[in-house]
Write a protein of this length. Sequence first.
Length: 55
Amino acid sequence: MKKFVSGILVGSLATVAAVAGLVTSVKKTVIDPIDDKEAMIEENRKKAMRKRVSR
C-alpha cells in the first residue's frame, strides 16, 4: 500500500510539472510574441500621431 501511495504522489507531481512546462512553453512561443507585436504596433501608431500633429 505504501508503494501505491508514493507512486500516486510521484505520478501526480510529474503530471503537474509536465503541465506547468507546457503552459510555460506555450506562453513563450505563442503569447509573448503576440504581445510584443501589439506593443510595437501601438508604439508606431503613437509615433504616427505625433508626426501628423507636428506638421
